[in-house]
Design a protein around this ligand. Structure first.
Ligand SMILES: Nc1nc2c(ncn2[C@@H]2O[C@H](COP(=O)(O)OP(=O)(O)OP(=O)(O)O)[C@@H](O)[C@H]2O)c(=O)[nH]1
Ligand SMILES: [Mg+2]
Length: 406
């Protein structure tokens, strides 16, 4: 997948004295064993970089560093490297433990971070061992504090929320298609024949995507599914990309030669506003649904549902067919999203064209916290029709490019 360039990812650095649990924290935040943890002070020697989608924040690089209090000849070199990390940090986590006796080193680092206008969040770790008096810290540092246990993963969700709230504002995905469409590419857009948009208009995702194609100086051709064959015949060569409405996926898939890249409006919006990997994972839960399971269909706006509405009518039928029985479907429309998602076996979200990225990412984070699979209309429909691999092909690329050092 050609994804957010590393430079556009928010860089979150973890600083603190040796042994406070910085490496344990990067492991807890990523949910993976990224960094080596041991009770020997000075385990981490060089900065460790991990690129990932951090919910609800978005694409980030998290950086684990060596302890600030390292000393001796090599120790000082390590501190120098840690200091260099500051140069590329957009946000810093300053890690403490409750029994910290001297805070002078942290104060020095805090002053430097502050001078560089890098937002800092204080993280008091190991609260499973010793609870901390927040006031003691708060009187000495003018920053928000979160108490966590990296080891037991306590309050890691709260920490992610704090990161979201204190993150600099300008880390949204720059374009919908800028990384997959180039100048002069021919992009065919397919709308269903019974266009549900208000008479005389296109729906917002179509408008946004056409605008984005024009921004790339590519060519946008809009047809309904009935005219797709005509346009393919009329073109001198295959289109570089076809973007279809999810409702006619199946039909388009049959008409379009397999080598022509195909995706949907809804999937592009899901990538732009949310986290496509989470939605793809979530779609796999469709295969585990059983008759009688509760499913939440979430819509961002309260549009007037027409006959054959995708979320209200088609999707529930398709999902139920997969289970061979019936499902207990709840429709949730608008800005209220249930706090408790645990009754549901699956959440299927609309394209969220009326939401900004943060709103949708917050919902993804809540689902992740409660371990409820969440997917999106387009991704779900592609999966139901056995086309998920095909419609994801255009984004394929490994995350590894962004996981290397530096
Ligand atoms: N009880 C408890 N122990 C923790 C917690 N987090 C880390 N530890 C332990 O503290 C020790 C140091 O953890 P690390 O994550 O390696 O600490 P670090 O800050 O990366 O250390 P250096 O790399 O040496 O600077 C290990 O023995 C961890 O298991 C926690 O939340 N609770
Ligand atoms: Mg470490």
């Amino acid at each position: 997948m050609i994804d957010t360039p590393k430079a556009n990812r928010m860089h979150i650095a973890i600083f603190g004295k040796r042994n406070v649990g910085k490496s344990s924290l990067i492991n807890a935040l990523t949910g993976q064993q990224i960094a080596l943890v041991s009770d020997m002070a000075g385990t981490t020697t060089d900065p460790v970089y991990k690129a990932m989608e951090l919910l609800p924040v978005g694409p980030v690089v998290i950086i684990d560093t060596a302890g600030l209090d390292d000393h001796g000849e090599i120790g000082e070199l390590r501190v120098k490297k840690t200091r260099e990390v500051m140069e590329k940090s957009d946000l810093a986590l300053l890690v403490f433990t409750a029994d910290d006796e001297s805070l002078s080193l942290e104060k020095e680092w805090y002053r430097e971070l502050h001078a560089r206008k890098i937002p800092v969040i204080g993280v008091i770790n190991k609260i499973d061992e010793a609870d901390a008096e927040l006031e003691v810290f708060q009187t000495q540092f003018d920053i928000p504090f979160i108490k966590v246990s990296a080891k037991q993963r306590t309050n890691i969700g709260k920490l992610k929320e704090a990161i979201q709230n204190h993150a600099p504002a300008d880390f949204e995905r720059p374009t919908l298609l800028g990384d997959i469409v180039k100048s002069k590419d021919i992009v065919v857009l397919v709308a269903p024949q019974d266009i549900q948009a208000p008479k005389g208009r296109l729906i917002l995702p179509q408008v946004q995507i056409i605008r984005d194609i024009l921004d790339q100086h590519a060519l946008a051709l809009t047809v309904t599914d009935g005219e797709l064959e005509d346009i393919l015949t009329a073109l001198k060569h295959d289109p570089d990309l076809v973007i279809t409405d999810s409702q006619v996926f199946d039909k388009v898939n049959k008409i379009l030669p397999n080598h022509v890249p195909l995706t949907s409006f809804s999937i592009l919006m899901a990538r732009y506003k949310g986290d496509l990997d989470v939605f793809v994972q979530g779609a796999k839960a469709i295969d585990r649904l059983q008759s009688g399971d509760k499913v939440l269909i979430a819509e961002a706006c309260t549009h007037h549902a027409l006959k054959g509405d995708i979320g209200r009518e088609k999707l529930p039928v398709w999902l139920a067919q997969k289970t061979g029985g019936t499902l207990d479907v709840t429709i949730n429309a608008g800005v209220d999203f249930p706090d408790d998602l645990t009754p549901y076996k699956l959440i299927v979200h609309c394209g969220a064209c009326m939401f900004n990225r943060k709103q949708l990412m917050t919902r993804l984070a809540r689902s992740e916290d409660q371990q409820i699979p969440i997917t999106n209309y387009g991704v779900a429909i592609a999966h139901i029709h056995g086309m998920l691999d095909r419609v994801m092909r255009v984004f394929k690329r490994s995350e590894q490019d962004w996981t290397s050092k530096g």
